[in-house]
Design a protein around this ligand. Structure first.
Ligand SMILES: NC(=O)c1ccc[n+]([C@@H]2O[C@H](COP(=O)([O-])OP(=O)(O)OC[C@H]3O[C@@H](n4cnc5c(N)ncnc54)[C@H](O)[C@@H]3O)[C@@H](O)[C@H]2O)c1
Ligand SMILES: [Zn+2]
Length: 346
């Protein structure tokens, strides 16, 4: 698997052309069709892929959309000699990667992540899949794209709320693995970053994630560190998904990182000053997600259904200090309740 760092979209097209083999089907959502794909393939005489689109949003990362994509590939007679190009955010790379893993028992694919979250996280590491009702990523697989193309120019059209959502995963990379990177991120204002600064930060996040994944591709051990903020974050995301105020993945994870940092104080020895540092940084950037005391029961139930947890206890990835993270730390419901209270009282 190769990761290519490219500075402009015309060069992305050039690279895609050079990687072309057989028929190509692009999988993308409606927003990315408008903002990223249409401009990329505006000379159909040079490159004219088949394009499968679906309505944007987490709510469409479902088996229904998966099934529509499979129908589309079948109608267009794609074979295992052909290829898929996923162009979009994490919803597209998760869904499109899963389609590629399953269609005719797997067909080669390329990822072109266009959201920050997909650039630094979702498009790497091989996890693909769809949601199942309220259960996040419950159906899925591991598979690897043949190429991933990173081009920060796509971020020019990404709404700020989604830029922030992706930035949360970068903050996570700092907290679990590099205090130096955490300090760099704290002093970076995402509104004023130059393209080359973006490229440097994105490369550093990819480096951190890739190193962890390479040591443990199937998440038997060290890879679990990447779940910091996610046990609670996924529960928040799922709980609010069908509510009047759903939150983006990164915002849910940002809240999850505060709550899990508080848990880490008792369960992993994280000092109070670091909990405050994490809390202040995240609240400054993200504010709070709308949670109330009455939500705690449902959140804990969702955490129990989490793939990472055994039936009767919770296991979490928790930082011992900024830059060093433990995993499989046993946690009880009492600690979770206390940390949720800490969060809603901020
Ligand atoms: N597989 C993994 O390892 C992994 C890791 C982290 C997150 N994820 C998954 O990623 C998903 C979240 O990713 P996301 O935040 O990118 O969501 P997303 O794909 O829904 O993208 C966010 C929004 O931005 C739009 N968008 C994307 N790129 C754009 C651009 N350049 N210009 C304008 N609009 C653009 C999309 O259409 C969408 O509306 C979740 O489903 C999460 O579970 C997967
Ligand atoms: Zn995440």
């Amino acid at each position: 698997m190769a990761v290519h760092y490219i500075t402009s979209t015309p060069q992305v097209l050039k690279l895609l052309n050079s990687l072309k083999k057989g028929q190509t089907c692009v999988i993308t959502d409606h927003h990315c069709l408008e903002h990223c794909v249409a401009a990329l393939f505006d000379h159909p005489e040079r490159f004219d892929p088949k394009i499968f689109t679906f309505p944007a949003g987490e709510i469409n990362k479902t088996l229904d959309t998966f099934s529509e994509a499979i129908d589309f590939l079948a109608q267009n007679n794609l074979s295992r000699q052909d290829q898929i190009i996923n162009i979009g955010g994490g919803v597209t790379t998760d869904l499109g990667g899963f389609v590629a893993a399953c269609y005719k028992r797997s067909i080669p694919f390329i990822n072109v992540p266009t959201s920050l979250l997909a650039m630094v996280d979702a498009a790497h590491g091989g996890k693909v899949g769809v949601n199942h009702g309220k259960l996040k990523n419950y159906i899925g697989s591991f598979t690897t794209p043949s190429h991933t193309i990173i081009c920060p120019e796509f971020l020019n059209t990404l709404p700020k709320e989604h830029l922030l959502s992706g930035f949360a995963e970068m903050l996570k990379h700092g907290i679990i693995s590099s205090s130096r990177y955490w300090d760099t991120l704290k002093s970076s204002s995402i509104e004023n970053l130059s393209p080359s600064n973006w490229m440097n930060l994105i490369e550093e996040s990819i480096r951190i994630k890739t190193e962890i994944v390479q040591n443990d591709p199937l998440e038997k051990g060290e890879r679990k560190k990447l779940n910091y903020g996610h046990t609670v974050g996924h529960a928040i995301e799922s709980h609010l998904l069908h509510s009047a105020s759903p939150v983006h993945h990164g915002n849910a994870v940002a809240a999850g990182m505060i709550i899990e940092a508080h848990i880490a104080m008792s369960a992993a020895g994280l000092n109070k000053q670091s909990v405050e540092d994490i809390t202040n940084q995240i609240i400054d950037l993200y504010g709070k997600v709308p949670l109330e005391h009455g939500d705690f029961g449902a959140l804990i139930e969702l955490m129990q259904a989490d793939k990472k947890n055994h039936s009767d206890s919770f296991r979490m990835a928790l930082p011992k200090k900024i830059g060093v993270c433990d995993y499989d730390v046993p946690v009880n419901a009492e600690l979770i309740n206390r940390a949720l209270l800490y969060y809603i009282n901020l």
